[in-house]
Design a protein around this ligand. Structure first.
Ligand SMILES: C[S@@+](CC[C@H](N)C(=O)[O-])C[C@H]1O[C@@H](n2cnc3c(N)ncnc32)[C@H](O)[C@@H]1O
Length: 208
């Protein structure tokens, strides 16, 4: 499965010179803007827009992806805009995870059509273990397919916010849920059609 995942994401990024918009995820911006910068871990950083936004605000970022192509583009983007303070590292998070604790651990749209059963949940569980005392875990993900999609890809799992929290299985004496929300945003489809999509956001704080 690990090699399949690496191949899948390499060929995904290989199809185009740039896949994502280059702008940070709005839910990351909304949830993290009020926080005091410290160390941050971005899981599945892709082409780096979130990590760059964080570093611009003073976070010292470890940004992880399985795709070397994505990491190369991310580093080039950071160099182009003159942003330092980001370590770009390759991990297949089903197999290895960065060492250490972080004031912020962020997983934005960490979906993969080639993920095995329970893999995402295990990675998010491990992500919670990497949050430093007083730190934050932020998980945003799609709540479902976009409105124009009449043949949703059934290989992709869209857990609810309750599913995410159940999978994290956090001790309520040590963690506080600060955001648990479904957010709808308007967006355009590939043929320019008007549509919308719902996203889930969960932000939890480690208390000690
Ligand atoms: C749907 S994209 C989301 C990217 C980005 N966080 C965003 O919000 O735009 C998922 C990213 O996770 C990475 N990824 C998928 N499986 C992974 C794994 N097992 N280990 C590390 N990264 C992985 C992919 O290469 C891809 O860049």
């Amino acid at each position: 499965m690990a090699n399949d995942a690496r191949q899948f994401w390499e060929s995904f990024y290989g199809e185009r010179e740039q896949v994502w918009s280059g702008r940070p995820n709005p839910l990351l911006v909304r949830e993290v803007e009020p926080l005091t910068p410290g160390t941050a871990l971005d899981l599945g950083c892709a082409e780096g827009a979130d990590a760059i936004w964080l570093a611009e605000r003073g976070w010292r970022v470890t940004a992880v992806d399985i795709s070397q192509t994505a990491l190369g583009r991310a580093a080039a983007h950071a160099a182009r805009v003159g942003v330092a303070g980001i370590e770009w590292v390759s991990h297949d998070l089903t197999a290895t995870f960065p060492d250490g604790e972080f004031d912020l651990v962020s997983a934005q749209f960490f979906h993969s059509p080639v993920a095995g059963d329970g893999e995402r949940e295990k990675i998010l569980h491990r992500a919670a273990e990497a949050v430093a005392p007083g730190g934050t875990l932020l998980v945003a993900g799609h709540a479902g397919a976009p409105s124009w999609h009449d043949d949703p890809d059934h290989d992709v799992d869209f857990p609810t916010t309750a599913d995410v929290l159940d999978g994290l299985d956090l001790d309520p004496a040590r963690w506080r849920v600060e955001t648990q929300e479904v957010v709808e945003r308007e967006m355009s489809g590939p043929d320019g059609q008007h549509g919308h999509r719902q996203d889930n956001v969960v932000r939890v704080r480690r208390l000690d």
